[in-house]
Design a protein around this ligand. Structure first.
Ligand SMILES: Cc1cc2nc3c(=O)[nH]c(=O)nc-3n(C[C@H](O)[C@H](O)[C@H](O)COP(=O)(O)O)c2cc1C
Length: 360
């Protein structure tokens, strides 16, 4: 018997029975707008609290940091007064099947690293402390996962602690798989989205999956689960289209990168408004996993020979990218951006949520 069968007597489970009040599984929001999780700095407790103050839902990003830091960020959000918020956790994938390709890529990056005075990292695999992080986030109102389908047992453990569980999907097939493990809702990530493709497998950079509108239509035809729509949404008109097409919430990442509460590096932020960067592309060059970024010199030079190998390549290039960010060198840094980046509106996050609400 699944969780919904337990909640509604006579219901044989999600696929057999869709109670009309099911969207009540997710917390209700004054504004159906979500500040998407953005690991690597942008998602801060201050951003989450500001988004909540505006009536939307903010997300912490557990990726790339120790689980102890996730615990203290959650405490900080609670101390800041936000009761409804989310945390995103990366699920661990398998080690690269192409260690030789990763080693050869590292060798090709040596001259650049020497030029920038940086020692490249070792190509190691790790699980980003996934078990400790899943334990840390249990009970947070909304937990989303990326980079894989959680087990039904993991979903049930989070639900039993009081969390609604969202699974990031990039195709209809993934959506059905996530529904089958009992997810409370689906985080639909269209191909327009900034940063990594968050689905179960690593998409080919040359064909990064369905655009949001097609994904939304395809998934809505198959399930009545609550859907969170993400990818290229920048304002109220974009959000309205997504909600009209069946989304429960409209999620935006790039749109929040310019908020003063976000921890976006000054180098990244400056690049987002620099006309020199005039397009985005999907590439494995920065981390070994397909992600959308502004096209800079590093991307142009290394896109073609970047192997599939996440997180190994991420660890190799990380010191180089960190040094570039610190030095204001936008050409050797992952400038994650969704396709709508040129419509960025730098303003306080609560004001941005209220502006989007008014546009809606
Ligand atoms: C800088 C940046 C970092 C991101 N980090 C994460 C992350 O840690 N976890 C995750 O699930 N998605 C992450 N994403 C993807 C977003 O959650 C969201 O799906 C995406 O931003 C939506 O597209 P948009 O940027 O066009 O709004 C990131 C996006 C950006 C721009």
């Amino acid at each position: 018997m699944d969780r919904f069968a337990a909640l509604w007597p006579g219901c044989a489970g999600w696929s057999a029975c869709h109670p009309p009040s099911i969207e009540g599984v997710l917390p209700s929001l004054a504004v159906p707008v979500v500040a998407a999780p953005m690991a690597g700095g942008p998602s801060t407790p201050a951003l989450v609290c500001a988004v909540a103050a505006g009536g939307g839902l903010g997300f912490l990003a557990a990726g790339y940091k120790p689980s102890a830091a996730v615990v203290s960020e959650i405490e900080e959000v609670r101390r800041g007064g936000a009761r409804t918020f989310g945390v995103n956790v990366f699920l661990a994938g398998a080690a690269t099947t192409d260690p030789a390709g990763v080693a050869a890529y590292r060798d090709r990056l040596r001259p650049l690293a020497a030029e920038l005075g940086v020692a490249l990292g070792e190509p190691r695999w790790d699980d980003d402390e996934v078990d400790a992080k899943l334990a840390a986030v249990a009970g947070v109102p909304v937990v989303s996962v990326a980079f894989g389908c959680p087990s039904a047992e993991t979903v049930q453990r989070l639900q039993a602690a009081g969390s609604a569980v969202l699974v990031t999907v990039t195709s209809v097939a993934e959506a059905l798989q996530a529904a089958a493990v009992g997810a409370d809702g689906l985080w639909l990530q269209g191909s327009e989205a900034g940063a990594h493709r968050g689905g179960f497998t690593d998409d080919d950079p040359a064909s990064p999956g369905l655009p949001l509108a097609a994904l939304l239509t395809g998934v809505r035809a198959e399930t009545s689960l609550p859907l969170v729509a993400a990818g290229g949404l920048m304002d109220g008109a974009d959000a309205h289209r997504a909600l009209d097409a069946g989304a429960t919430w409209a999620a935006m990442g790039t749109a929040f990168l310019g908020c003063p509460e976000a921890g976006t590096t000054p180098t990244h932020l400056a690049a987002l408004t620099d006309p020199r960067f005039d397009r985005t592309a999907t590439t494995r060059a920065f981390t070994g996993r397909t992600a959308r970024a502004l096209v800079n010199a590093f991307l142009v030079e290394h896109d073609a020979d970047a192997p599939r190998g996440y997180p190994e390549v991420h660890h190799v290039t990380r010191p180089l990218r960190q040094a570039a960010a610190a030095a204001g060198d936008a050409d050797h840094l992952h400038l994650w951006a969704g396709e709508g980046w040129q419509r960025l509106r730098p303003m306080p996050a609560a004001e941005l949520v209220r502006t989007i609400a008014a546009e809606l």
